[in-house]
Design a protein around this ligand. Structure first.
Ligand code: FAD
Length: 381
């Protein structure tokens, strides 16, 4: 069986790996350089932001994915000798008197229902765990088992494994259209420089750019870029021990002492700039929530385009009106957390094995209810 994967982000690359391991002849086509877009830019938190705001089917998918991470980490370490820096840093949400949304009750109900161990800390306990936190904290929610991964390391490891297995990952090879046979079944793609690739199945994993190819092929896939800017601080290791999250701002401490502050949520199309406004917003959130970081050095700022969907859920499966065309996109804020299960489900499914999870909630033709809390934000003027 021959499969062409469009897009060399974490979703396309890891699915290509799982396909290859099933004996599929797989080629990955990438319009630019591999692994440089959203998957590189993301923060690598292996837990959704406020998962209680999503439907249960989403948590089932997340749990299945996180269960696969230890195995993936071991596999990449033993096959490639690469440390993806998946570490258990825990996740702490501080609560303040003036919080617009009080998450405590919903978080507790969700954690109990899905078996996520959550502790409620007093203000004193919270500050003892994280001395740099604001003294205004009233209480905090702590999930000690939450992990993080360092995205560039994960991508490098998967890529090296693909090369080791002899998978073709072709850079500067933008797919410009899908090719269908006389019955309308997708049977290949046309890439730039007039190159044609035949395939028994095509997987569209083009992240934020997926909608265009879908539209050209006569179906709608409402994936939109949601720009996220991140600021990187340089501190001593262990200055911050847990991932700290409050509303949309989060702080992710890396092993080497660096701390990622993320991230803006901007509906501005494919506009690639690192702005003063975002820098000020993220630093203001730092001063407010973790004033103990005031002396940290600002080292870098970057951005990426999250592949946003209207309801916050990915699109996974075969396109009903286009036999031979599969989609795995629209992972929005959770593509790194969801990559292992996406890759496994999609590779099995393409090879003819039905997923054991119910995938209806992620069908590309599902009825879409725009959700203001977890779907993509409204366009900015
Ligand atoms: C600031 C930020 C923070 C984030 N934090 C987290 C987090 O903490 N945890 C988490 O789980 N997720 C997080 N995410 C989301 C996560 O990064 C994405 O959901 C995930 O990376 C999507 O992966 P992808 O492979 O679908 O997309 P991408 O990584 O964008 O890859 C798509 C690839 O397709 C290529 N492509 C597009 N069109 C074509 C074409 N026509 N032909 C060939 N190639 C094409 C692109 O060039 C790109 O390389 C974050 C994202 C951002 C931006």
């Amino acid at each position: 069986m021959k499969v062409v994967v469009i897009g060399a982000g974490i979703i396309g690359l890891l699915t290509a790996l799982r396909l290859k391991q099933q004996g599929v002849d797989v080629t990955v086509l990438e319009k630019g350089k591999v692994a440089q877009e959203s998957s590189w830019a993301g923060a690598g938190i292996l837990c959704p932001i406020h998962p209680w705001l999503y439907p249960d089917s989403f948590t089932d998918l997340v749990n299945a994915s996180l269960d696969l991470y230890p195995e993936l980490q071991t596999e990449l370490e033993s096959e490639i000798g690469h440390d993806i820096q998946r570490i258990k840093s825990g996740l702490l949400i501080p609560c303040f008197a003036d919080d617009k949304v009080k998450h405590q009750e919903a978080a507790q109900v969700w954690s109990d229902k899905f078996g996520w161990d959550m502790q409620r800390l007093t203000a004193a306990q919270a500050v003892e765990k994280e001395p740099t936190l604001s003294a205004d904290v009233e209480e905090a929610l702590l999930w000690s088992n939450v992990h993080q991964v360092r995205n560039p390391e994960l991508l490098s490891a998967v890529l090296l494994y693909l090369y080791k297995l002899g998978v073709d990952v072709v850079e500067q090879s933008e797919v410009i259209r899908l090719i269908a046979d006389g019955q309308g079944h997708v049977c290949g793609v046309k890439a730039k420089q007039d190159k044609t690739y035949d395939a028994d199945a095509v997987l569209l994993a083009a992240g934020s750019w997926s909608a265009n190819l879908a539209e050209q092929s006569g179906f709608k896939l409402p994936v939109q870029p949601v720009k996220g800017q991140i600021v990187l601080l340089k501190t001593k290791p262990n200055t911050l021990k847990h991932i700290v999250k409050h509303d949309d701002a989060y702080f992710v401490p890396r092993k080497d002492g660096r701390i990622l502050i993320g991230a803006t949520m901007e509906n501005v199309g494919f506009e690639r700039s690192n702005t003063v406004e975002a820098l000020s917003e993220l630093l203001a959130a730092t001063q407010r929530l973790i004033p103990g970081l005031k002396d940290a050095e600002v080292e870098q700022q970057w951005m990426g385009f999250r592949p946003g969907s209207p309801d916050g859920l990915p699109f996974l499966g075969e396109v009903p009106s286009k036999k031979g065309l599969w989609v795995a996109t629209g992972h929005y804020r959770n593509g790194v957390a969801l990559a292992p299960v996406t890759a496994k489900v999609m590779a099995d499914w393409i090879c003819g094995v039905q997923p054991s999870l119910n995938m209806d909630a992620f069908a590309s033709d599902r009825p879409l209810h725009e959700s203001t809390s977890v779907g993509y934000p409204k366009a900015q003027s």
